[in-house]
Design a protein around this ligand. Sequence first.
Ligand SMILES: *[C@@H]1O[C@H](CO)[C@@H](O)[C@H](O)[C@H]1NC(C)=O
Ligand SMILES: *[C@@H]1O[C@H](CO)[C@@H](O)[C@H](O)[C@H]1NC(C)=O
Ligand SMILES: *[C@@H]1O[C@H](CO)[C@@H](O)[C@H](O)[C@H]1NC(C)=O
Ligand SMILES: *[C@@H]1O[C@H](CO)[C@@H](O)[C@H](O)[C@H]1NC(C)=O
Length: 313
Amino acid sequence: MRKIPSMFWVPLFLLSSSFSVALDYSVITPRDSLKDGDTLSSTDHVFQLGFFSFDQDEQPQHRFLCLWYKQPFAVVWVANRNNPLYGTSGFLNLSASGDLQLFDGEHRALWSSSSSSKATKPAKNPYLKINCTGNLLLGDDEEAVLWQSFDDPMNTILAGMKLGKNFKTQQEWSLTSWKTLKDPSTGEYTLSLDTRGLPQLILRKKGDPSYSYRLGSWNGLSFTGAPAMGRENTLFNYKFTSSAQEVNYSWTPRRDIVSRLVLNTTGKLQRFIQSKQHEWNLANTAPEDECDYYSICGAYAVFRSKVEYFERS
Ligand SMILES: *[C@@H]1O[C@H](CO)[C@@H](O)[C@H](O)[C@H]1NC(C)=O
Ligand SMILES: *[C@@H]1O[C@H](CO)[C@@H](O)[C@H](O)[C@H]1NC(C)=O
Ligand SMILES: *[C@@H]1O[C@H](CO)[C@@H](O)[C@H](O)[C@H]1NC(C)=O
Ligand SMILES: *[C@@H]1O[C@H](CO)[C@@H](O)[C@H](O)[C@H]1NC(C)=O
């Protein structure tokens, strides 16, 4: 057998040195660097952080640093929603001072958690992990939460996340729809908590002041729209909390079910529930019909269940 000329080995060698093995981290420290292809997983492997393209046909690919449900796949949070990476050269670093920084191949910063400038004291051994609730958590040895994805909602609220406003810090938590299914950049619709008077969820459309849907308010006991919520109320606890400092809304499942609420690109709030067959089933939608339109029907929310839910066995 003829010997393969040695020049053929050179490119092979280069290939193997530039394509390193993809890593799956459980925690990221300032020593690590999450490259495109690498992932960070929650300890139960339900959630994962990594790079993703929503449109596989685009060249070069628009890459986004995303947090997703692994099975069935669903993106729940995007870091650089308005600032895509082109190609697969991106990487995420955690600085010793406690900032998450997303870079492209030219070391240009595309996104940052901007946490160190807001911190009251210097970070001590910062780390990044995904909480089992799906919260991407930047913490440190002093058990401080330096930054968390639950404080930076995109188009999805998971159980335990909140919408609302802190009057002291002026921080707000609201949802903003994506532009299209293949483009997670800021779309037209927002869902926020209207804190004037009784707190209630309000859906608005950019550039259209006449467009506003109220998706439920709180009278101290239940939603004002509770009669219509029937079965939905047996599945989830909806909680409005109000104090001089902060008003917020959150939900948690009452049973062992997995669910996510998404403000979709056409301004509908969709409740998805995971089925036993590991599919996301659309359980209900709000606003559902004309009657949800605030100017027509008043402050009543309609949130009707369309399909059966599935409990995790
Ligand atoms: C990212 O982190 C890696 C590993 O700590 C380091 O080698 C690299 O210089 C960092 N890059 C930037 C731009 O901070
Ligand atoms: C992390 O998850 C646990 C259990 O789900 C929860 O009790 C805790 O509050 C979470 N911590 C943060 C900071 O989200
Ligand atoms: C909601 O606000 C209340 C104060 O009104 C606060 O005690 C509570 O921790 C907040 N909920 C979340 C999930 O942060
Ligand atoms: C948004 O949700 C509504 C109601 O579920 C649905 O009819 C519509 O197709 C959804 N839009 C997109 C783009 O998925």
